[in-house]
Write a protein that binds this ligand. Structure first.
Ligand code: HEM
Ligand SMILES: *[C@@H]1O[C@H](CO)[C@@H](O)[C@H](O)[C@H]1NC(C)=O
Ligand SMILES: *[C@@H]1O[C@H](CO)[C@@H](O)[C@H](O)[C@H]1NC(C)=O
Ligand SMILES: *[C@@H]1O[C@H](CO)[C@@H](O)[C@H](O)[C@H]1NC(C)=O
Ligand SMILES: *[C@@H]1O[C@H](CO)[C@@H](O)[C@H](O)[C@H]1NC(C)=O
Length: 328
């Protein structure tokens, strides 16, 4: 009798463990009982910060993308380690604006006051991204929730796993296909460059050293636009100088980015090729002429970003401080 009871307990324990290991699927009402107002709390914090600085919008969106592409949507990009070898310490980190990190830290503080210890930093970053997009007049979408925060953050995992601004279409398709993204996903997600900044160094070669030829300018630039860029970004300009990725509507999440590409106003090679390469050109043309089509494709793709390598209670935790692993 005694033995049978302990067997039963063991069986229950195994069932409980394995259901955590399989992972509860993400759901939009994940916090319905434990933190029903989480979206509003996060969006209020994001709005408050946007009111202080509009950089909050692009900084948050980009942080979500970088975090998810490296070891999944698990807030691993937020971890700060004294050894300075976390994801954020990789050479790619330099361009991640500090305001994205600050947005999550502030939203977490507000969430913790209302519902302590239940909402992951990964979910807060996913929500904050959606809030930032909505508050800049982009699409509104319901965010799937239930991610746990990751237990690994290593700078060495970043190198080679993020797309580069000088990538051609094959290189872009290749790195996105590793995460099961289609060409439509790639073009739609690149539309996030409808907001935010780009440092001159990221495209200086297109202005002054095209194809390694000193003085040559990439002919896929609109010539008048290239002349304007040469004024904003003189040769050998300092590393801190940046320009708007979307010169027309830099703080509005809209489809103007795609008409920019059609007109030769794309700053990065990786954006310009989406139009110059005839394989992706029809998608750019469609999004340029139909914002609804862009928004629908973007929402589909950004939800896929949020599903990348989701952690569960078996391989994650609910961090108390988004910038540090919990002490065990
Ligand atoms: C397709 C491949 C991509 C490449 C090669 C790329 C590259 C870049 C580069 C070089 C910058 C400028 C960084 C700087 O100079 O400070 C940038 C900015 C940005 N990227 Fe991307 N990106 C890509 C895809 C994405 C995706 C998928 C998203 C989000 C869904 C995204 C969101 C942003 C945002 C919002 C900014 C502006 C950041 C700011 O102003 O702080 N990017 N990206
Ligand atoms: C942000 O600014 C707008 C316009 O001034 C204001 O209506 C809104 O209440 C502010 N939001 C927050 C959360 O402070
Ligand atoms: C970015 O990475 C460099 C090393 O690659 C490091 O020195 C720097 O402190 C990092 N910056 C931030 C803001 O984490
Ligand atoms: C990749 O995407 C396809 C189509 O959306 C889906 O059927 C498949 O299960 C996905 N594979 C992985 C590994 O996520
Ligand atoms: C724009 O795209 C949406 C969504 O794909 C579609 O329903 C609509 O018919 C398109 N509009 C036009 C004018 O093509």
């Amino acid at each position: 009798m005694e033995t049978r009871r302990s067997n039963l307990i063991i069986i229950f324990a195994v069932i409980a463990l394995s259901s955590a290991a399989i992972g509860e699927a993400l759901s939009s009402d994940y916090y319905q009982k434990t933190c029903p107002d989480v979206r509003k709390i996060v969006c209020d914090a994001v709005e408050k910060k946007i009111n202080e600085t509009a950089v909050t919008i692009p900084a948050t969106i980009r942080l979500f993308f970088h975090d998810a592409f490296i070891t999944g949507a698990d807030a691993s990009a937020l971890i700060a380690l004294p050894t300075e070898d976390a994801e954020k310490d990789s050479s790619d980190n330099k361009s991640l604006a500090g305001d994205g990190f600050d947005t999550v830290i502030r939203a977490k503080k507000a969430v913790e006051e209302a519902c302590p210890g239940v909402v992951s930093c990964a979910d807060i970053l996913a929500l904050a991204t959606s809030c930032a997009i909505e508050l800049s007049k982009g699409p509104t979408y319901t965010v799937e929730l239930g991610r746990y925060d990751g237990l690994v953050s290593k700078a060495s995992l970043v190198d080679g796993n993020l797309p580069g601004p000088d990538f051609n279409l094959d290189q872009l398709l290749n790195i996105f296909a590793k995460h099961n993204f289609t060409m439509v996903d790639l073009v739609a997600l690149s539309g996030a460059h409808t907001v935010g900044f780009c440092h001159c160094s990221r495209f200086a070669d297109r202005l002054y050293n095209y194809n390694g030829q000193i003085g040559a300018t990439d002919p896929s630039f609109n010539p008048a636009f290239a002349d304007q860029l040469k004024i904003a970004c003189p040769a050998n300009v300092g590393p801190t100088i940046a320009v708007n990725l979307d010169p027309y509507t830099p703080v509005t999440f809209d489809n103007i980015f795609f008409s920019n590409l059609v007109q030769g106003y794309g700053l990065l090679t990786s954006d310009a090729v989406l139009y110059t390469d005839t394989r992706s050109r029809p998608i750019v043309q469609q999004f340029a002429s139909n914002q609804t089509a862009f928004f629908e494709a973007f929402v589909t793709a950004i939800e896929k970003v949020g599903r990348l390598d989701v952690k569960t209670s078996a391989d994650g935790e609910i961090r108390k401080d988004c910038t540090a692993f919990n002490k065990h």
